[in-house]
Structures are given as C-alpha cells and as structure tokens.
Design a protein around this ligand. Structure first.
Ligand code: SAM
Ligand code: SF4
Ligand code: F3S
Length: 442
C-alpha cells in the first residue's frame, strides 16, 4: 500500500507528540505524510476539546474537507484526540463522512483499525482508556523525531478534576510511563540528533512510576551527552515538590523557565476551581526557586472571568502577575465545558470578561516586551534549530524559549551559540554572532 496521509493537529503539545507518534505507526502500513491535503488518501484530524466550540469546529472542518473532495475520491477520514474521546460514536452518527473515531489512549490500535476498515468498510470507534498498551506499543515502534527539540510524553491523564477542565474525561486517569521506557526513548531521541527534550504530561510533575519521580528522570536524562537542554510541561503547583525544586540547584541542563499554571490570583477563585492550593503556597514555590537561582523566570496559564470572580478577585490576579512578573503566559476567558462541574455555573458578562482579559493581556505583554528589551546588548546562549524560511539566517531559542534570529550558518544547527542581542520585540529577539572564529560551542 502506498498512501498519503494529511494530519491536522489542534491543541496542546501532547497532541503534537501524539500526531508524530501516529505517523510513526501508520508509516508501517504504507502511509507517507503529505503537507498538501488535496493529495491525501487519508485525512486525520487530531482534535482538542479544551475550550470554545471545539466539537462544532471539527464538524465545520469536515464540511470543508467534503467540499474539497467533492469531485475526487473520498479520503479515509479519521478523528483522533480529545473531541474523539468526548464524543465517541456520536461523531459517526452525526457525520457519515467520518470513518473512524480513535481516542487518545487507543492509538496502539490505529494500524489494525485502518487495515480492518479498508478490508471490511466497517466504521468503528475506539475510545477505551488503555495507556499501558498504548505506550508499550509506541515504545516498540520507536520515536523517529530527529528535530533539534523534541517532545517526550512521560505521563498522561489527570486525577485532579479542576471544576472547569475536560482533561480527566478525555485523557483518563493519571498514568506514568515506566522509568526505563522513558529513558530508552530519550536515548533514542539523542541518537537521532535531538538536542533538547521537553518532557510532557497533563500533570508532568505528578510523574511517579515505582517511586521514580520527575526529578529522577531529569537527572538521568541530563547525563546523556548529546542532550543539551531539558524542559518539562505542564506542571501543577500541588506537585511542585522539594526534590524537583532541588534539581535546579545542580542542574546545568534544566532550563530556568518554570511554566506553572496558577489560573487565578484569588484564593476564593482557586477554591471555586478546585485547584487544591493557595496563593501563599504558590508564592512559597516562587521564593524557593528564586532563592536557588534569581534568573529563574515563571510563565503561567490564567482563566479570566471564572464564574464567581469579582472585581477584588480579579485585582488579586493582577497583583500576582505584577508580583511574579510572569513572562510568556497564556490567558483565556472561561469556557464552559460539557460534563464538568463548572458547566452550569452562571457566566460573567461578555463585556466584563473581555475587559478583564484585555487588562491581563496588556500587563503580560508588557512583561514580555520588557524582558526581551532587557536582553538588548547582552550576549545569550541560543540553541539553533533551523535556517529561517529565506535561508539567510538561523533560528533558535533562548533559555526562556524566546525565538532568536541571527546571522548564523547551517552548521550551527544543533549547537548552542553565543549571540549578542541587537533588537527585540514582544515575541522575538534579533542578534548577531560577533566573532565566528572565537565562538566556543557546546
Ligand atoms: N494541567 C494543567 C494545569 O493544571 O494547569 C493545565 C492543562 S490544560 C490542558 C491547559 C490550560 O487550559 C489550563 O491551564 C487552563 O488555563 C486552560 N483551560 C482549561 N480548561 C479551560 C476552560 N474551561 N476555559 C478556559 N480555559 C481553560
Ligand atoms: Fe485540567 Fe490541569 Fe486541572 Fe488536570 S490539573 S483537571 S489537566 S487543569
Ligand atoms: Fe486539548 Fe486534550 Fe490537550 S483537550 S489541550 S488536546 S489534553
């Protein structure tokens, strides 16, 4: 079989990781990736359910595909990801153009499901939670990623049940992959040329496999010579334990950007959200990390206008943002999700929600711009990832994940280069390598 697959990915980094792993799998039954969906024999939509009208967006997208393929042979249409899990067989009933629906913990079955469909034309939905089989299968087919920076899922699912969130329902209970399975994947990535590993989990710092914790994993992965940088995301404040904080004391490869979603600066709202920690506890984590290394910066996620958020609560969020000086953060207006406790709560008016979001974003953007500006005329370490699209310069990232563009060369890709920052804007840094001959690379 020589077929072409077009994969469209929505949502978080874990969906990106999953899409790559799905491709590693379907390659084995003869699929090659295409970037041009009109060429595809198989159209796979890896969906996200976290906010807004996620479900409707999927049907809308299918409508578009239908139109494009009106005068062509219909592609095999597969829906994967969190909407697939949440909607399961409903999708097959509502939209006959969809052929297969496969939830996030059934990807180990994808080849058999496709082959079976091609043979018997039987539409099917696979949405069992079976993280063990999924990761056993994926670790056998090897992660083929050879980019400079690669995701590596170590944990999936969530037992925290924040009142606003669909993840416990779409990704199932918390599961941590076996320690050695993760290390093998890290070694394989290093062997393939990967230089930065970003450990992933919906609750990555809740990782616990036979008493091995995230801290143990980071310490082991940093021992791989080829790996120059290690990151992890997304963490929950409740699981920010001292063993993990202590890794920052001695680690040279763990990057000084801590993404630690807080959602709100108000204890009252945190309680309404069922976040299981207070602002004081969050500040303690912040102080401990800053004491270890004052250069550590924080980024976060915020939910604005959560039901019950009053002006004073919102002010607490603004105060917290100013106190911590978060960089690179995400903020969203609360979106009621089907099946969650907060689904039925009374919403704050759209006008107030928008005003609050704008205020928060202005401050967050100011922080980001100020942080980038403070780097002008300084020399920073950049891990080079690729040439720019026009091939005249190179693109990499600072230790804080900020994109950096400078006058490097192709042979810099995969190296850590010292770059002097000349200009900046909110999202990027622009620099120059001053003296190529004296450049000492890692
Ligand atoms: N596990 C992470 C944590 O505990 O913060 C978050 C993972 S969730 C995939 C990513 C972000 O989506 C959350 O931090 C939250 O800000 C946002 N989010 C989740 N549900 C939401 C909702 N119903 N409305 C708006 N934003 C939401
Ligand atoms: Fe969702 Fe994160 Fe809360 Fe889990 S801890 S329910 S993933 S927001
Ligand atoms: Fe979306 Fe599922 Fe990730 S809902 S954010 S794709 S875990």
């Amino acid at each position: 079989m020589n077929q072409k697959i077009f994969i469209k990915t929505f949502g978080c980094q874990m969906n990106e990781y999953d899409s790559n792993r799905i491709y590693d799998s379907v390659k084995k039954i003869g699929y090659q990736k295409t970037e041009n969906y009109e060429d595809a024999n198989c159209y796979l939509l890896n969906t996200c359910h976290i906010r807004d009208k996620a479900k409707e967006k999927v049907y809308h997208e299918i409508g578009r595909v239908k139109k494009i393929f009106r005068s062509k042979k219909k592609p095999l249409v597969i829906i994967t990801g969190c909407v697939a899990q949440a909607e399961n067989q409903e999708m097959l009933k509502r939209e006959p153009y969809i052929d297969l629906v496969i939830g996030p913990q059934s990807y180990h079955k994808i080849n058999d499901t496709i082959s079976n469909y091609i043979e018997k034309k039987k539409k099917i939905e696979e949405t069992e939670f079976d993280a063990v089989s999924k990761f056993n299968y994926l670790s056998k087919i090897k992660n083929k990623n050879n980019k400079i920076s690669s995701f590596l899922t170590i944990q999936e699912g969530c037992d925290k049940f924040c009142h606003f969130c669909v993840v416990p329902y779409t990704r199932g209970p918390e599961y941590s992959r076996p320690f050695n399975q993760v290390l093998d994947e890290a070694k394989h990535l290093a062997y393939n040329g990967v230089k930065e590993i970003i450990l992933l989990g919906q609750n990555v710092n809740a990782y616990n496999n036979e008493d091995y914790k995230l801290s143990n994993l980071i310490i082991e992965i940093e021992k791989l010579d080829e790996i120059k940088r290690v990151r992890y995301t997304t963490s929950h404040p409740k699981d920010m334990t001292d063993d993990l904080i202590d890794v920052y004391k001695n680690s040279e490869k763990l990057m000084p950007l801590v993404h630690l979603p807080v959602q709100s600066g108000s204890n009252k709202v945190l309680k309404l959200m069922n976040r299981k920690h207070t602002i004081n506890e969050y500040l303690k984590i912040f102080d401990k990390l800053k004491n270890i290394n004052p250069d550590i910066e924080f980024s976060s996620d915020f939910i604005i206008a959560y039901p019950g958020e009053e002006e004073d609560d919102f002010k607490d969020t603004i105060d917290l943002i100013k106190r911590i000086n978060f960089i690179n953060s995400y903020s969203f207006i609360f979106s009621p999700r089907p099946g969650t406790i907060a689904e039925k709560y009374d919403l704050i008016s759209k006008k107030i929600s928008m005003e609050r979001l704008e205020k928060v974003q202005n401050i967050l953007f100011e922080n980001q711009t100020r942080m980038n500006k403070s780097l002008e005329n300084k020399t920073i370490d950049v891990l080079v990832e690729n040439l720019t699209d026009d091939k005249t310069r190179v693109f990499g990232r600072s230790e804080y994940m900020t994109p950096v563009i400078f006058n490097g060369k192709k042979s810099d890709i995969g190296k850590i280069i010292k770059v002097q920052i000349k200009k900046s804007n909110r999202n990027s840094l622009f620099g120059e390598v001053i003296n190529f001959s004296k450049q000492k690379v890692a």
